[in-house]
Every structure is written in C-alpha cells, then in structure tokens.
Design a protein around this ligand. Sequence first.
Ligand SMILES: Cc1ncc(COP(=O)(O)O)c(C=O)c1O
Length: 387
Amino acid sequence: MYKSLFSKTFEHLGDKLPFQAHSHHFWPDVALEGINQYWNDSTGLIDDKWDKIFSEVIPKAQSLVAKMLELDSPKQVVFGNNTHELTYRFLTSFKFENLRILTTDSEFYSLDRQLRRLKEENIHIHALTIEDGSSAIIKEQLLKQIEEFKPNILIFSQCFFNSGYYISQEDLESIVSSIDPNIEILIDGYHSFATRPISLKSICHRAYFTSGGYKYAMSGEGVCFLVTPMNSNLRPRFTGWMAEIEKLGNMETQEVFYPKGASRFLGSTFDPSGLYRFNAVWTELSNRSITLDTIHQHVKSLQKRFLTSFTESDFFSGCKLLISDPNKHAHFFAIDCQSHERAEIIFNSLKTKKILCDKRKSIIRFGFSIYQELCDIDELFNRLSTK
Ligand SMILES: Cc1ncc(COP(=O)(O)O)c(C=O)c1O
C-alpha cells in the first residue's frame, strides 16, 4: 500500500526481501525533491543559501521534530551530523575530572566506544547490565545504581539496539521523574523516534534526547538532532561558531556567548542536505495523512503476522526471540541464535535466500517498515521453508 512511495529503491531491489529497516530505512522517492531543492538553493542563492537555511529550512525541520515528539518549543531542537557529535558535545559541557557517568551495557557502539575511551582518561563510568526486558526492573536497577554510584550524568537508550526492548512512554516518564534533578539525563532515541507517537512533553524540561534520520525517519545520514530543555545552561567546550551566529555582527566581545535553547549546541559549517530530505519526506507523509500512528499500526500488523509464522517455522529452531510482547518491543525483532557460530550459519543461509537483515554477535535482527506488506512476511517464511 505504501510501497509505491519508495518506487525508486524497489526498482533496484530485484528479488531481494528487505528486513533491515531497523538499520537503515529506504528513502521515499520524495527525498529527491529535497535534494533538488538543496541543489537549486546552492546554485541559485550561493552563499545567501544560509539565510534561507537558518530562516526556513532549520525552523521547518525543528517544527517537524517538535511535533513528532510533542515538545514545548521547536527551539528545543538542534541538528548535527550524527548522534555521536551531539552526545560528545553534551559531554564536553562537564568538567571531566569530576565526571561520573552511569549508562547501560546495551548502548550502541558509538556511545560505547566513546565512553570506553573516556574511561581511559579516568572518567568514572559504570555500565549497568540490562538483565531483563522489564522496565520495572530497569527502573529499579537504575535507581539502585544511582544510589550506589552517584553519577552526575545518566545516558541510556529508550529502545535497546541489541534486544529491541522498548521502554514505554509511561515507564520512561516514571524513570525520568524518579531521578535526582541534579543528574543530567540523555536518552538515546534512535530506535524509538519516528516508530510511533511519542510525547516528551512531561520530560523535555528535564531530559536531553537524541536521534537521527538514518533509520525510521527515512531521511538518510547527516540529519541527527538533540532535544534540550529550553532552559539548558550547559556550555559545551566542543563548540562552533554557529552557536554564536546571532552575535556575529558584534564580534568584539571576548566572552563566549551561548544562546538560549538548543542552538547553544550548534557546531560549525555543515552539510544541510539531510535537513532538506527530512523536510521533504515528513511534509509528504503529512500531506498524505500518514501519521506516526499509521506507521506504528502498520508495523504492528506485520510483526503480528511474523510472530504467527515464526512459531510455526522450524528454520530458527533452538533460537530465542528475545522480546515478543507487542507493548515492549521495537520495530525490529531480535532472535538470539545462542552462539556466534550458529548465528553465522543462519545468517549465511538467509543471505543465500536473498533475505536482507543483520547480525550482531549471536543475534539476528529483522526490521519492519511501511514499505513492507503482509505478503512480504509470507514470502519470507516461504523462502525459509524451502531448502
Ligand atoms: C541506539 C543507536 N544510537 C545511535 C546510533 C547511531 O550512532 P551515530 O549517530 O553516532 O552514528 C545507532 C545506529 O545504529 C543506534 O542503533
């Protein structure tokens, strides 16, 4: 039904069956309009394109994100190339000597590597083991560790990239509101943003939230964002001249000025093409009345069909589907093959059957999106049942 919006990619896909939406979504055809618009602005407006980017393109993208997350203000959104850049910028707001970061053992490589490197510089870091896919337990574990470890920063994913466990809105609010207001909170929302309606309304005065365009937002790389409390007073040391853009005419001041709102986290000259794609894609979806709820309901129906066939199929025998409760899982399923070797064999068999998915250690992940249909799930299990 929605496949036709992605016709360009399907022209090239042949008989491959795509199940890697959790890793990278296809771009809807309309993304090309964004790219063309960027070309037109770059060639037509030359350096004046930045006036348009700051007065129209960024505000439009900020408004779209603010609407998708129910923020108090679009000015709570700042864009960056990737979540790593934005997360590192956030971290440089603190004195490294006294820093104590509590995180989990289930964070994406980007954060995991950065924190392991900072640990070498004697920053205190504790990674909580996520033992069970239950947010009551996660909340209990977090609060216990906060008590013992006494962090000044807490960073965790709303949806864990390895298991697909999703912390519901209600649980997220309950976790955030239970935490001492002196502890800064950063939520990695890469696997939750644009998968369903999410409201940060009751926590966005308190917590930071980062995500980006490469996955469920269908807009590709280079368009990530950080949501900040409107009254954030953090002063990142890793800062760029664009954070001072309001004062450029007034450069004689020696004081390092930070504007109000999220733009205090701006860096320097960047490639804005991702913003054009993001705007084109989400304007088109909105014009077609495709909402976050539409997307979520569609994916839920695909996942339901997948679960029925999964239990009847013996292709994955001996493997364990990590989270199957529809209220607790991401828009992907994580299947633990119990060993790296077995995962490798199964993954190779999937590749031979032209099924596109991915493997992380012993886990094989299948992702879902609006460009798949129920018949694709049936085709998947047909392929799995043939030798
Ligand atoms: C949970 C999570 N966070 C962040 C990222 C992307 O990180 P970065 O923007 O630093 O490349 C991913 C990518 O797969 C992810 O799964």
